[in-house]
Ligand binder design. Structure first.
Ligand code: ADP
Length: 400
């Protein structure tokens, strides 16, 4: 089944056309600067990247340009749009009402609308992408794959914040968690790859990218995760602070005479690796290079990043009363041998030992702990687009 996977941000749209059976990507690309001016980057499999400047006042024009590119007689990969059998949309927030991917209907659209408060940057953009596809490809099934869905199995004790209960009653303030598509995909893949018993397994997934989160997964179900009501909680990220004492907000707001919204923007956009490195970079590669050249600001940022991961893994081992496997994924998790080594060396109390050679090697799914390690540590590359494609195809086939 040919599935168009669409991931809309506030001013961008990423897409991939994937065959769910062969897993082959026929074409991929992105629209940038939607609502500003507009640029389409389009790449057919095995072909050159094409960049086209074109007006995109809204996501509808952006999707229209993507569809035109897919059927373009020269560089397109489809004869007609009829060959697109379904569209899979990444949707940020499904709140507490949605615990799985679903075929989009009026009810699902109202839940996504209701959750705009919780995901103010993403949910409105996701809706625009959905509406544009419905308008331009009428009658095709659209599926919503939610970032929050996988985490809906968390028990109350894990998702509740210890604040007056009325805020949960009134506003549903609680931990939701994000990156769920990746955590679901990687935890499943880890169980399969390591031959663990799906009904008797404890797995920790560390998704480390620009945005990062860790989850604890028992028997394939998420029991805890590091992101919260929004993606700001948890680990030290590229530009997000992760956990901090909430009183820090009031203190800085008063001292600097800035609003709470401005402070939250700073915590989202100017903190994390970028803030800790005194503005040097939010990108791990830049910091790693600077640290190797003796830059203390880069070293501080990387030290804090690793330390927070170590603490979260320790707390999830405690929460699950044990762990069978730890999987690293995401741009940093898959590529940064130094981060994996720093973290795993600090887990020797669990009887874990690192296979240095395997850790320094590149490649697909692989084990990086030694054969006698008490817990298996693996690198499992994530593929959120493929996961969205597979979930979309499965739902659409079931419906037929
Ligand atoms: P996003 O959350 O935006 O999807 P990614 O998962 O692509 O982000 O991760 C981006 C991060 O991965 C950046 O900090 C980048 O420096 C890091 N990264 C990517 N490739 C490498 C590499 N080869 N070695 C070390 N770090 C890498």
């Amino acid at each position: 089944m040919n599935v168009l996977v669409v991931n809309c941000g506030s001013s961008s749209l990423k897409f991939q056309l994937i065959n769910s059976e062969t897993e082959a990507v026929a074409a991929k690309g992105l629209c940038e600067r939607i609502g500003i001016d507009g640029r389409l980057v389009y790449q057919p499999a095995g072909g050159e990247k094409e960049v086209t400047e074109a007006a995109m006042p809204t996501h509808t024009e952006a999707i229209k340009l993507v569809l035109d590119a897919l059927v373009n007689p020269k560089t397109g990969v489809l004869k007609s749009l009829d060959e697109v059998e379904a569209i899979g949309h990444r949707v940020l927030h499904g709140g507490a009402k949605i615990s799985d991917s679903c075929i989009i209907n009026d009810e699902v659209i109202s839940v996504i609308e209701e959750c705009c408060d919780l995901g103010p940057l993403h949910n409105p953009a996701n809706l625009m992408g959905i509406r544009a596809c419905m308008e331009l490809m009428p009658g095709k099934p659209n599926v919503a794959v939610f970032d929050t869905a996988f985490h809906q199995t968390m028990p109350e004790k894990a998702y509740m914040y210890a604040i007056p209960y009325k805020y949960y009653d009134k506003y549903k303030i609680r931990k939701y968690g994000f990156h769920g598509t990746s955590h679901r995909f990687v935890s499943k893949e880890t169980i399969k790859f390591l031959g663990l018993d799906p009904d008797n397994s404890k797995v920790i997934v560390a998704h480390l990218g620009n945005g990062s989160s860790i989850s604890a997964v028992v028997n394939g179900k998420c029991v805890d995760t590091s992101m919260g009501l929004t993606p700001l909680e948890g680990l030290v990220m590229g530009t997000r602070s992760g956990d901090l004492d909430p009183a820090v907000l009031e203190y800085i707001c008063n001292k600097e005479n800035i609003s709470v919204s401005e402070m939250v923007r700073i915590l989202n956009k100017e903190s994390g690796l970028l803030g800790l490195s005194k503005g040097l970079s939010s990108d791990f590669r830049d910091l790693n290079e600077a640290m190797n050249n003796g830059n203390p600001d880069a070293k501080r940022a990387i030290d804090c990043l690793c330390y927070r991961i170590i603490k979260y893994i320790g707390s999830y081992v405690a929460a699950m009363n044990g762990v069978d496997a730890i999987a690293f994924t995401g741009g940093i998790g898959e590529n940064a041998a130094l981060v994996r080594k720093t973290v795993v060396d600090n887990l020797s109390y669990l009887g874990i030992t690192l296979d240095e050679e395997a850790n320094n090697a590149r490649g697909e799914d692989r084990v990086i702990s030694t054969p006698d390690s008490k817990v298996t540590v693996a690198v499992i590359p994530t593929n959120e687009e493929l996961a969205i494609c597979q979930e979309t195809a499965a739902l659409v086939k079931n419906q037929k």
